[in-house]
Design a protein around this ligand. Structure first.
Ligand SMILES: Cc1cc2nc3c(=O)[nH]c(=O)nc-3n(C[C@H](O)[C@H](O)[C@H](O)COP(=O)(O)OP(=O)(O)OC[C@H]3O[C@@H](n4cnc5c(N)ncnc54)[C@H](O)[C@@H]3O)c2cc1C
Length: 387
């Protein structure tokens, strides 16, 4: 058993860490206050290879292994949770859908413009106003008319939709065929009949925007279908398996940043004649957070490793997502507790970290859905084993 990162992975971690320390972390308060990421940041991310992480090099990507992708998302979230989610959804949802299920022609057409950092992102649109966890119940339809799909319906909470070049959309292509009548279609955002509402007003995570998307007789060429008609739900579950590893990594990054803030504040603040770091109750808070962060990171890297080995990783990914996302909230809670009243102030970064962490148990499958997945896999395959 080897717990060492490879030389390439170490260099990649350092490169992304330095990039985030320079271009994102110093601006995190402004990003969360203005709910905007700095001008030109997406372009810069493209130049360092953060926008096509799982995309093959011939289509403009950096073709990284899953551990390297987890490392990058973790480092981005160490800088700012919302910005990391923007990058995560672009890579692991929108780009991944085309990378995994696109034909060579689809990849050639759709991926290079969004991996190079020309300012365009991608989205995956699954959720609807009346269906999130229960995707079998979506209502958006795509009915074939000649050489086109005609889309009608609406999606909600679609991350990056406002800046997306294309939105991979889950639709019913055969409304009477239940879960076998669903398909994924690549919808160019500028298609007539596609309208994007202003960003949702969220609790936090100002570096990411989610929108309602309406399709009103939007006509999409038949060749934009991903894979075969009727495979959309299965494709979606495969995409989400990968996304969950990334959301786990994102949560580890936020928790790591919160722990570092807690440690630094505990060194500075004095109460009852001694430094906070010398009170045992405070030591327990940081010790517990460090222990849980370490456990979560190992779970995330293990799931990523399974994925790279071509082994089943659904259970490991769901376990990593469940534990890491719930852990991040506890780590941020402790960091705020260590800061006392200052932790509740927007002047200190832990307030924004807590609000970003709160999202992670909801997006890309809630904690309840992770538990359903884990339990199903336990009865099908038995508990996870090493080796
Ligand atoms: C900031 C943000 C960004 C997002 N980005 C995207 C995106 O890019 N693309 C996209 O498609 N969606 C996106 N979403 C939507 C997100 O994926 C859904 O909110 C999530 O899947 C939950 O769906 P829901 O909100 O409809 O909750 P519901 O499915 O209505 O669930 C409500 C509650 O009931 C629980 N529950 C539901 N079913 C069960 C069950 N069978 N057993 C036990 N408990 C259950 C849930 O866990 C939850 O606690 C985003 C959401 C947010 C907040």
């Amino acid at each position: 058993m080897d717990f060492q990162l490879s030389e390439e992975q170490r260099l990649w971690r350092k490169a992304v860490h330095d990039f985030v320390a320079r271009e994102i972390k110093p601006f995190a308060p402004e990003i969360n206050e203005k709910e905007e990421i700095p001008d030109g940041l997406i372009q810069k991310m493209g130049l360092v290879g953060l926008l096509g992480m799982s995309v093959e090099e011939q289509f403009g990507g950096s073709a990284l292994d899953s551990i390297s992708i987890a490392i990058a998302i973790e480092e981005l979230a160490w800088g700012d949770g919302g910005t990391a989610l923007t990058v995560e959804a672009h890579n692991e949802l929108g780009c991944a859908a085309v990378s995994l299920f696109g034909t060579s022609d689809q990849k050639k057409k759709f991926l290079p413009p969004v991996t190079s950092g020309k300012g365009k992102l991608t989205s995956l649109a699954l959720t609807e106003p009346q269906a999130g966890s229960d995707l079998r119940n979506i209502q958006t339809k795509a009915l074939r008319e000649g050489d086109e799909w005609v889309l009608q319906g609406s999606k909600s909470w679609i991350t990056n939709a406002g800046e997306a070049d294309f939105i991979v959309t889950l639709v019913k292509t055969d409304p009477d065929a239940g879960s076998h009548g669903m398909s994924l279609i690549i919808v160019p955002r500028d298609t007539p009949g596609v309208s994007i509402a202003p960003p949702e007003k969220k609790m936090g995570a100002g570096g990411t925007h989610s929108h309602q998307v309406r399709f009103d007789k939007a006509m999409i060429p038949v060749e934009n279908l991903l894979g075969n008609q009727g495979e959309g739900l299965q494709q979606t579950l495969t995409i989400l398996d990968g996304g969950r590893i990334a959301v786990g990594a994102l949560s580890v990054g936020i928790a790591q940043a919160a722990l570092e803030e807690g440690l630094s504040y505990a060194r500075e603040r004095q109460t009852f004649g001694k430094s906070l770091k010398d009170h045992q109750a405070i030591q327990w808070l940081v010790a517990d957070a460090a222990t849980e962060i370490h456990a979560a990171r190992l779970m995330v890297y293990f799931a990523a490793w399974l994925k790279d080995q071509g082994k089943p990783y659904t259970q490991a990914g769901a376990i990593a997502k469940l534990f890491a996302t719930e852990m991040a909230e506890r780590a941020c809670y402790s960091a705020i507790q260590i800061h006392g009243s200052y932790g509740y102030s927007r002047e200190y970064p832990v307030e924004a970290m807590y609000k970003a962490a709160r999202l992670m148990t909801i997006g890309e499958g809630t904690s309840e859905i992770q538990r359903l997945v884990i339990a199903r896999k336990l009865f099908e395959e038995g508990p996870l084993k090493l080796g």
